[in-house]
Design a protein around this ligand. Structure first.
Ligand code: GAP
Length: 458
């Protein structure tokens, strides 16, 4: 199994050492729970987003993309319910002044046997008192009452006090899809059912961020809203559960590391909801969500904007507000799952251990590394790299022993290493080494290009 030896510390260390992810603002001592993607990480994340977009937009029968503004009219968040309902129950430890989520305290204390999602604030306070749940930071037992804490980041618009106007950094990308429902439907002439997708940044003032890039205050979401007629919603809810799951399996996830989890306590907009959870190094946690949002969003935007958001069926003229099935996944949370799933410390026949990341070739930062066996074989290697770079992300490395160069590429998950040797000069062929099996085969430049095209397709 690829990831039996993985820990979060190992992923953080590898990410930093190999240019995948660095701590944010590091030279200033960091900025809690912000992370910067490095040269290797940005390629991997872009590939994840590309694979998702291809699967859910360009390959899809009737889905369309948007890229909406992060800053939206404040009325959007009133209509969506975020200004009133988007909050977590927090408690402060009076002794060490740290802030905690009451639901997380209960979940950790009961080792997952109690589900705080179904509890009121009063019930959570009672549980914490009766079970003497202590502060995980200082061990004290001196809590403030629960207060709800809105997760939206506020800022203000305008340069003078008079023109100041409170606005929010969006806490989800979904609303950019809802407010463009009519624009997309009109310009594409899409018929219900159809989808609108978006990839973009979202911001949440999380009380308990952490676990590397799992829960951060700034993150990227990949969200897809499927607009359908009431009565067909259950069928599409099930279809999106399957589509979301299949996407992960096709990326190479082990089914034993994935499970569905139905929500007991529903978000203010949802009729039915579930997560797909992944077995992260810290345990089972939500990777993505699938929600039946009913006609809540479009109805609310119709009410708050005063614009009619009904769909008119072109065949029978029927007017209705569509239901929405939402599929939402964090790009960073998927990145963490991809890193964890790919990680292996493999003991080789000679007893040596190699670190290898078994990324799907479509996700790997570089599809191939070109490595001349010796410096005097650099010329054909550079020529091949330049030729392949026109079509693929390819790296070139001539520094150090060939063994060390293979290990470097294994650690960042490059699926193929191509070497030039003395036969290259005579036959025009190169060796192509497979990252996972370490077997080699000889190919011409044309054959390599065709081979990479086939292997790196998602
Ligand atoms: N539009 C629905 C929505 O935003 P959500 O369950 O709050 O639903 C969807 O978020 C997904 O976004 C989650 O399943 C997770 O993958 C990702 N996500 C949410 N909060 C996050 C955070 N603080 N850091 C990283 N990813 C987050």
């Amino acid at each position: 199994m690829a990831n039996s030896s993985v820990t979060m510390d190992k992923l953080v260390a590898l990410s930093k050492a190999r240019g995948i992810i660095f701590p944010g603002s590091e030279i200033y001592g960091g900025m809690g729970n912000t992370w910067d993607y490095g040269p290797v990480g940005v390629e991997i994340k872009n590939n994840i987003k590309r694979a998702w977009w291809k699967r859910f937009v360009t390959e899809s029968e009737n889905s369309y993309g948007v890229d909406a503004a992060i800053l939206m009219n404040s009325r959007v968040w009133e209509a969506s319910g975020h200004t009133t309902s988007f909050s977590d129950p927090k408690m402060d430890c009076k002794r060490c002044k740290t802030r905690h989520r009451a639901d997380n305290l209960i979940e950790a204390h009961s080792k997952g046997t109690v589900n705080p999602d179904t509890m009121s604030n009063e019930e959570m306070e009672n549980y914490i008192r009766e079970h003497q749940v202590h502060c995980p930071n200082c061990g004290g037992f001196d809590w403030t009452p629960i207060r709800t804490f809105n997760l939206m980041f506020e800022t203000s618009r305008g340069v003078t006090d008079e023109s100041q106007n409170k606005i929010y950094l969006r806490p989800e990308t979904a609303q950019g899809e809802f407010v463009n429902f009519l624009n997309v439907q009109r310009t594409t002439r899409a018929k219900v059912p159809f989808g609108i997708a978006q990839i973009g940044k979202a911001f949440r003032n999380e009380i308990t961020p952490g676990n590397f890039i799992f829960r951060t205050i700034e993150f990227e979401q990949m969200e897809h809203q499927w607009f359908c007629k009431a009565g067909t919603d259950e069928e599409f809810y099930q279809a999106f559960k399957k589509k979301a799951y299949d996407f992960l399996i096709d990326l190479g996830f082990n089914p034993e590391h994935l499970r569905f989890h139905d929500h007991d306590k529903l978000a203010h907009y949802a009729k039915e909801a579930c997560d797909i959870q992944y077995l992260y190094p810290m345990g089972w946690q939500e990777l993505n969500g699938i929600h039946n949002r009913t006609d809540y969003d479009l109805s609310r935007h119709q009410e708050y904007s005063g614009k009619t958001l009904t769909y008119v069926d072109p065949v029978n003229g029927e007017r209705y507000i569509p239901y929405v099935i939402e599929y939402s996944i964090g790009a960073d949370r998927l990145m963490l799952a991809v890193l964890s799933e790919a990680y292996e410390e493999e003991t080789l026949e000679n007893g040596e251990v190699r670190n290898v990341m078994h990324f799907h070739p479509a996700i790997a930062a570089y599809k191939a590394a070109v490595l001349p066996l010796q410096k005097n074989l650099a010329e054909p290697a550079k020529a091949l790299a330049a030729r392949l770079k026109k079509r693929f992300a390819v790296t070139y490395d001539e520094a150090g022993s060939i063994g060390k160069r293979y290990r470097r590429q294994d650690e960042i998950g490059t699926p193929y290493c191509i070497t030039t040797d003395f036969d290259t000069l005579e036959t025009g062929t190169f060796t192509v080494r497979d990252r996972d099996t370490m077997e080699q085969q000889r190919m011409t430049a044309e054959e390599i290009a065709a081979f990479l095209a086939e292997k790196t397709l998602f």
